[in-house]
Design a binder for this molecule. Sequence first.
Ligand code: ADP
Ligand code: MG
Length: 323
Amino acid sequence: QSGLIEKYRFENFVVGKANELVYKVCLQVGQYPGVSYNPLFIYGSVGLGKTHLLHAIGNKAMEYGYRALYSPVSDFSEEMIAYLKKGQIDTFRNKYSNVDVLLLDDVQFLSGKERTQIELFKIFEAMYTRDKQIVLVSDRHPKDLKDISDRLISRFESGLVIEIGLDDETKLSIIKQKMILYGMPLDQKLINYVFENTGYNVREIEGAIKTLKVVGMKNTSKEKNTKDIKFVVEFTARHFKLKPEDLKRESKERRIINARQIAMYLCKVVLNASYVEISRYFGKKDHTSAIYAVKKVEEKIKEDRKFKYMLTFLEKQLKKELL
Ligand code: ADP
Ligand code: MG
């Protein structure tokens, strides 16, 4: 009946610079509702943990023996209309004002809903005069809310208005926490991948990790590697005044074999591509062809100083172009 989701707790909320203050305030409100910050208004963009914290407050308050009620504003509004139609609007008012902690999510959706605003204002007044806690969450600051009555906005602003954010350090901690949660190894490569392929949005981060768990790193990075391998082949061909296709076709020509082996070697040392990937790109079924090529080039580097200089130059040049 409380509408609370139990898994959203303070204990599994990762805290960092950008959300530390709001976390502390919420914890305080959960333990001592109606005392210090009333109403509490939290705002910030999507996926930053606003809903999570709202439930955490409710769960904490329940733990401390208070009655809490969570509701997204869209549900609140629909329910109000239903009660209104049944001619039982008093029941609705009582339901919402007779709790110790009222948690309203996504209040930006009050926009344009006049009757809902009127009812909320009444509930607000009834609760506030009895020191009952009200917590509101929105995607924007009260001042930026549209089509909401001035008296309601001024109530929203009358307590503490606080923003929630996310910074790189916290994002990194969240990625690690979620990877552990999903039973994945804390591989630096995986962590970096998730970090670089997500924005400041924890929902997006969770999505990326889930995908990674199902699809695996190999597939996720395949496209990138294939693109880079293609680049290395074109680069090598250009250096030896050949066409990229030349390097991929069967040939007994010395300079073509030589260039292909060097291209494979560069894919290995510069891209750290797997032997399977490299061989496949060159149309070889057997991955040992790439192993063989890399070994050949390594041998030649040891024996031939001029060859070694050339390869050092190629490696440097390639890295520059890959940036
Ligand atoms: P919002 O309401 O701000 O759009 P949510 O609270 O729905 O965001 O958060 C999206 C998801 O990210 C949820 O699964 C939530 O548990 C998780 N999440 C957000 N912030 C954190 C955090 N700091 N630590 C752990 N999980 C988080
Ligand atoms: Mg939310």
